[in-house]
Design a protein around this ligand. Structure first.
Ligand SMILES: [Zn+2]
Length: 406
């Protein structure tokens, strides 16, 4: 779908762009572009293209080029269609041949190079793709497609500083119109901070993580990592400050900080602050099961098994499939000597529950992961994972509604 969007955008841009006068001098003769539109193959090809019927689109557009072999935009699109079909070598040949034309305008040259860059990227020729997108930008410095492709290539190479520099240029072009810009800048800064941290530059990493939070207050891993640096520097109070700030800024992701906070409160000799925090989170979101699970673990570790079990049995109806809740219940039941009446309560609650281990799903491409991920390994988008919740088996209509929303 992404490629199709690029194609349609290119097509519309080329069809209406100022660069396209009706008449163009080619090889010393005048060509009437209206003639092209009068052949049925051109319009049929476009319709197949929009319908995503690639083979038929190639067939019709090839027939259309026999009417006007100079039609640059059709050759460009044909090249793109070969790429989409996986025939990268053929796509590269078509686009490179177009670059040999002596009379291309700067804009035309930039568009053909953009297509060629996409061919190289698709074929895995990373260096040539990067070089080609830079060439596009020399001709057309505000070409957003070229910039975004460069950003993704640098990300794939883990060249986070270069990716950030390119994304900042995209942000300038978007001028606040694209809501993802701040989020992506935050995540890229966070990656740079992680590299600094691994290299042992704790102070620099801390500054970069703080910058990531400044770029976007919802950059969850930057809070976690900044707290980790402070903790390593022997500053548990500072770590607690930043983790509590995460919970205030992004309450739906509070659970990421819970284990760390429990450890840090304990280290400061104030473990009761953890139970208080969990109870505040439960009050704010009574359906949230993670705060109940964290509180249950905390209570169990302090020997309060009965209170822990109450929390777990309250959490279970909200998320009957979470294996982590069941495992904690088994531990607590064991600690309570497998009391028959408690086991009966548990069995009644788990009736019809389904167990599963991969509750996180990418909103964009539906990739599933047991762990929550900040960048999708399949579609490479940032911050697209949501927790998938299944209703009990009898309630399949609601489950499908949740599924449809995703
Ligand atoms: Zn994805």
């Amino acid at each position: 779908m992404y490629l199709l969007a690029v194609l349609v955008a290119l097509l519309v841009g080329l069809a209406v762009g100022k660069a396209w006068e009706r008449y163009k001098l080619r090889d010393g003769r005048w060509i009437d572009r209206r003639r092209l539109r009068e052949t049925p193959h051109y319009m049929l090809g476009l319709n197949f293209l929009i319908d995503n019927q690639v083979d038929q689109a190639i067939e019709e557009l090839t027939l259309a080029t026999s009417t006007d072999t100079d039609a640059l935009e059709i050759q460009m699109i044909l090249g793109n269609l070969y790429r989409q079909k996986g025939q990268v070598g053929r796509a590269i040949n078509v686009h490179q041949a177009l670059l040999q034309r002596p009379d291309l305008t700067t804009l035309e040259q930039a568009y053909v190079l953009l297509c060629l860059g996409l061919d190289f990227r698709h074929g895995g020729f990373v260096d040539r793709a990067i070089e080609t997108f830079h060439e596009v930008l020399r001709l057309d410095p505000k070409n957003r497609y070229a910039l975004v492709n460069l950003q993704k290539l640098y990300e794939e190479q883990h060249q986070w500083a270069e990716a950030l520099r390119v994304r900042e240029q995209v942000g300038k072009i978007d001028a606040g119109r694209h809501p993802d810009d701040r989020q992506i800048l935050g995540f890229l800064r966070n990656e740079i901070g992680l590299e600094q941290q691994r290299a042992g530059h704790g102070a620099a990493a801390a500054r970069t993580f703080a910058d990531a939070i400044d770029a976007d207050v919802r950059t969850v891993p930057a809070y976690l990592n900044l707290g980790d640096v402070r903790e390593q520097q022997g500053n548990p109070a500072g770590a607690i400050e930043v983790w509590e700030r995460l919970i205030a800024a992004v309450p739906e992701h509070a659970h990421f900080a819970l284990e760390r906070l429990e450890r840090a409160y304990r280290r400061l000799g104030t473990p009761h602050r953890f139970a208080d925090l969990c109870r505040r989170l439960i009050d704010r979101d009574p359906q949230g099961w993670r705060a109940r699970l964290a509180l249950a673990r905390h209570l169990a570790s302090g020997g309060q098994h009965r209170a822990a079990l109450d929390q777990l049995l309250d959490a279970l109806p909200h998320h009957p499939h979470a294996l982590a809740i069941h495992q904690q219940i088994w531990e607590v039941l064991a600690a309570l000597g497998f009391d028959a009446s408690l086991i009966r309560r548990y069995v009644e609650l788990t009736h019809e529950a389904v167990f599963y281990l991969d509750p996180h799903i990418c909103r964009r491409c539906r990739y599933r992961s047991t762990e929550p991920l900040w960048q999708c390994p399949q579609c490479h988008e940032w911050n697209t994972f949501v927790e998938e919740r299944l209703a009990p088996a009898k309630d399949t209509v609601a489950a499908q509604a949740i599924d449809a929303r995703l």
